[in-house]
Design a protein around this ligand. Structure first.
Ligand code: B12
Length: 239
């Protein structure tokens, strides 16, 4: 089966490969084709998502969802399902792990399946069951689905020996491609620190930061740091 894992676009100032997708890909790639698409890195809008789906033509589309992603992810699934009703849609991530049933309910009718909590164990079994045409999903850890109109939620399983998981599938996420958006981890940390210091103490550093801006996205990131600093400032002055 072909699986497309998507990280939704969002305003977070962390632009990094998704560890969750990387670990999932490692578990399933021996038996399935896997593509990981990061909408943050590639700046993919909701309107553009069907082009990505059409380009890769997967059987299954999985989207990672944090709570603050929820409205966007809902619209992404809606857009995809309306254009590709036969494709299987799956959601996972921190939000669904915190309120699994409510969230699955909220995403009807555009999401077919969801995973509660860690999915390394359950997701591989789920794909194997789909391949066999077995829709009873016996004992598939963490799976949430509808059975005869009723919602069914399996208990999640947690990996005991993390070393057995191997490494995330870095080659499918191409960490080097993240450099072009100006957000390596070291740059991010350096920028955070410099931005914080510059607004506090030194207009020269502020200017240096401004001059170092490489792209419009970098500029927007810089503005967000400034905004965060404004939010932090009252607490910092009272401390
Ligand atoms: C490390 C980390 C980060 C790293 C990201 C690491 C990465 N590149 O993936 C950094 C520092 C970049 C980060 C940033 C942010 N984070 Co963070 N982060 C974490 C932390 C500590 C661990 C997450 C992790 O990597 N776990 C290991 C991986 C393997 O697990 P996972 O990503 O959850 O994926 C598993 C399952 O969720 C599931 N799954 C995930 N996606 C999918 C998709 C499908 C289809 C399926 C089937 C399953 C599935 O299977 C995966 C494998 O088991 C968690 C806290 C926690 N203990 O979980 C917070 C956490 C996830 N972060 C959180 C937040 C809020 C953020 C930010 C929004 C912060 C900010 N203000 O900017 C940003 C958003 C970044 C973004 N780009 O979207 C919140 C999310 C809360 C929520 N309810 O949604 C958490 C839970 C912390 C908290 N308690 O508040 N984060």
């Amino acid at each position: 089966m072909k699986v497309l894992l998507i990280k939704p676009n969002n305003l977070a100032d962390h632009i990094q490969p998704s560890l969750g997708h990387g670990y999932l890909a490692t578990q399933i790639r021996a038996n399935h084709d896997v593509v990981i698409h990061d909408c943050i890195k590639d700046n993919t809008s909701i309107e553009q998502i069907n082009k990505i789906v059409a380009r890769h033509n997967p059987d299954i589309i999985g989207i990672q969802c944090y709570t603050f992603d929820t409205p966007k992810v809902y619209r992404m699934f809606e857009t995809i399902k309306k254009a590709f009703p036969d494709k299987i849609t799956v959601v996972g991530g921190a939000h669904i792990s915190s309120i699994p049933i409510e969230f699955f309910n909220q995403f009807q009718p555009y999401v077919d399946y969801a995973f509660n909590s860690e999915a390394e164990i359950g997701f591989s079994k789920f794909l194997a069951a789909l391949e066999r045409g077995d829709k009873t999903f016996p004992g598939i850890e963490g799976l949430i689905w509808r059975k005869n109109g009723q919602m069914v939620s399996n208990l999640p399983a947690f990996v005991q020996d993390l070393d057995k998981l191997g490494f995330p599938a870095w080659d499918l996420m191409s960490p080097a491609s993240y450099v072009s958006v100006g957000m390596t981890r070291s740059e991010l940390l350096a920028l955070k620190r410099q931005a914080f210091l510059s607004f506090h103490f030194n207009p020269k550093i502020f200017l240096t930061n401004l001059l170092a801006i490489k792209s419009f996205r970098h500029f927007k990131f810089f503005l967000r740091r400034f905004y965060h600093w404004i939010l932090m400032r009252p607490a910092a002055t009272t401390a």
